[in-house]
Design a protein around this ligand. Structure first.
Ligand SMILES: [Fe+2]
Length: 327
């Protein structure tokens, strides 16, 4: 029994319009159905982000995961502090577009010990991504691999960034070790790496990016970012700059993470959470052969990059709770 990857994130938002603009500027394709917007990667048949409009504020609704052996997972959930629950209203139907689920209906719905909602479905894997026409090749000391061609073309030669797939999500958790215990014990994931009890990265146990679901410590649950793979590090940089100019809020990048090793550029979405372009993440083909590391906090964010924005790990989904508590 195990989770195999992440398929999509569903968010409640006040108004879908700014979200449609932001995510289409980021390179996703929008399909709008009343107050619901589904945003998918070009070449994929399912949404990676679903926005449910008409809510008071932005809030994580649920995360959809590809999994196998759902019955075995369902049996494990209560013993790890979670709960198997019915599909939320609107998500159980197979009607027009599968109800609100956008074709990702059926499966198993579970709440983790903090009330975070996960939707697990059995589904064929996405087709293998085609390699880029020209390999990303770096001339190193003593290892020259690119000759008689320029690595970089004039700017006009490049189309807008094209997110290839949703690779991972980072979620807020009030108790990171407890969240890790749930997804490893009940959902069959593996702890890839962590930094103390502040941030932790979990992966599928076979053929997985270094992280599929990560957790960062916060007063409450919430959505921090969704991360999309692009062709190479240059597209991370180009895409990040272009989206920042259009979005007009904060950004963090271009940089390279220590944990997972990926190049990154984060752009702030209309509600204060983040969209990440990434390239060259570590890969764990067999979790049995991987040893997790507990990193110092100074390594928890980046190996190098610009200063981290002040609100980078602020959970806007609990802002009102903080105000209520007088924090
Ligand atoms: Fe990320």
């Amino acid at each position: 029994m195990a989770v195999l990857g992440v398929l999509s994130v569903t968010l409640e938002v006040p108004d879908i319009e700014p979200g449609i603009r932001f995510y289409t500027d980021a390179g996703l394709l929008a399909e709008v159905d009343g107050s619901v917007a589904r945003l998918r990667c070009d070449g994929q048949d399912r949404p990676s982000i679903t926005l449910l409009g008409g809510h008071r504020r932005k809030r994580l609704h649920h995360v959809t995961l590809r999994a196998e052996a759902l019955d075995a997972i369902a049996a494990q959930v209560p013993g790890h502090g979670g709960q198997v629950v019915p599909a939320p209203e609107g998500f159980s139907g197979e009607g027009l577009n599968g109800g609100l689920s956008g074709g990702l209906s059926g499966g198993l719905w579970v709440r983790d010990p903090h009330g975070m909602l996960f939707h697990l479905i059995e589904r064929a894997p996405d087709p293998e991504l085609a390699p880029a026409a020209a390999a990303f090749a770096i001339n190193e000391p003593g290892r020259v691999v690119r000759t008689r061609r320029s690595a970089i073309l004039p700017g006009k030669a490049y189309p807008p960034a094209r997110p290839l797939r949703l690779g991972h999500v980072l979620l807020f958790s009030p108790d990171v070790p407890k969240s890790v215990e749930f997804v490893t014990g009940a959902l069959g994931m593996g702890l890839a790496d962590r930094s103390q009890d502040i941030i932790a990265f979990t992966c599928a146990r076979k053929d997985s990016d270094h992280h599929v679901i990560a957790f960062a410590k916060s007063p409450g649950i919430g959505f921090h970012h969704a991360s999309f793979q692009v062709a190479d590090p240059d597209e991370v940089g180009r895409g990040g700059r272009a989206l920042l100019r259009k979005a007009g809020r904060g950004d963090w990048g271009f940089g390279r993470h220590t944990i997972g090793s990926n190049f990154f550029h984060y752009i702030q979405d209309p509600w204060g959470s983040w969209f990440e372009y990434y390239s060259d993440i570590d890969y764990i083909d067999d979790y049995a052969l991987w040893t997790p590391t507990n990193y110092d906090l100074e390594d928890s964010l980046a190996s190098w990059g610009p200063d981290v924005p002040q609100d980078f790990v602020h959970n806007y989904e609990v802002a009102e709770q903080d105000a209520f508590a007088g924090a």
